[in-house]
Design a protein around this ligand. Sequence first.
Ligand code: DAH
Length: 339
Amino acid sequence: MEINFESLKAQVRDFTADTADEIEAFRVAWLGKKGKLRDASAQMKSVAPESRKSFGQQLNALKAEVNEKIEGLKNALAEAGGDKSAGEDLTRPSGQEPLGSRHPVSLVRREIEDIFKRIGFSVAEGPEIEDDRHNFSALNFPPEHPARDMQDTFFIEKNPDIALRTHTSSVQVRVMESQKPPIRIIAPGRVYRNEAVSSRSHCIFHQVEGLYIDKGVTFADLKQTIAYFAEAFFGKTEIRMRPSYFPFTEPSAEVDVYWGLENETDYRITKGTGWLEIMGCGMVDPNVLEASGIDPEVYSGYAFGMGIERIAMNRFNIGDIRLLFENDVRFLNSFKGAW
Ligand code: DAH
């Protein structure tokens, strides 16, 4: 028997329902054990072999349409305030709430976590309200040192020893104080900076910190780990390291991946250089190890830190950072299913 997919689709499209029971009956009639889709797939055997592929595709499209219809009817019912046939029976199950989506910053954070977990890193966390020791002094920022000005800090008015953490490097100190090497952690989290007021600057953003400490850790280990990450996350195999300065690492570097220059977007995001900066890193300064009770004569380590927003903008081709903070559901809904 020929199946008229168009007329079946029209039946699905034209169906309406006002109650949860009607939707359920529709679901059973189409997707149930004796439902219409079962009937249709039973016909597959009698279809000529050369038409089977297109038959299968039409069947799948029909099934998707049925599922979409059911989802749409349920959402419409929930939005209209639930099943009116439920009357005053408050013990009935509620209508289904439309599902949200994960925020792009969370998607990227999870992906970074997964990549490092695969090579033995575990996830560490620390407080967002920090003291001077964990945010600065144990990380080799002496008092009054100009490097503190690199990070515009929100202090608590009544107690200049307490601040909102300016970076997730503070978690390094917390972990080193409480664990013995070997230490292999990444620390994702929210950080705060008192940026000059402009619509493009943001006082809250997210970073991921990495720390590895053991006997005999070298710069070569650092480079290899970052090359692994660049390939796993960006699919890029070429990286370069530029000398840089951070108080807590010596030597320090900034890492770029070779992104390429194939189209206009590549030009925009790499400022015409083909290289994209992805993180800061370096060998943990012996002063930092010592400040947390780890003997720098015995142990060495590397650290790295990266900003999640920039990476998320890049990953999802988001042109304006403000989109990440406005939480406009139309924007967020475009990430549905991306996890
Ligand atoms: N804490 C730095 C920042 O906020 C990022 C960073 C750079 C972290 C180098 C590190 C590192 O661990 O080694 O800009």
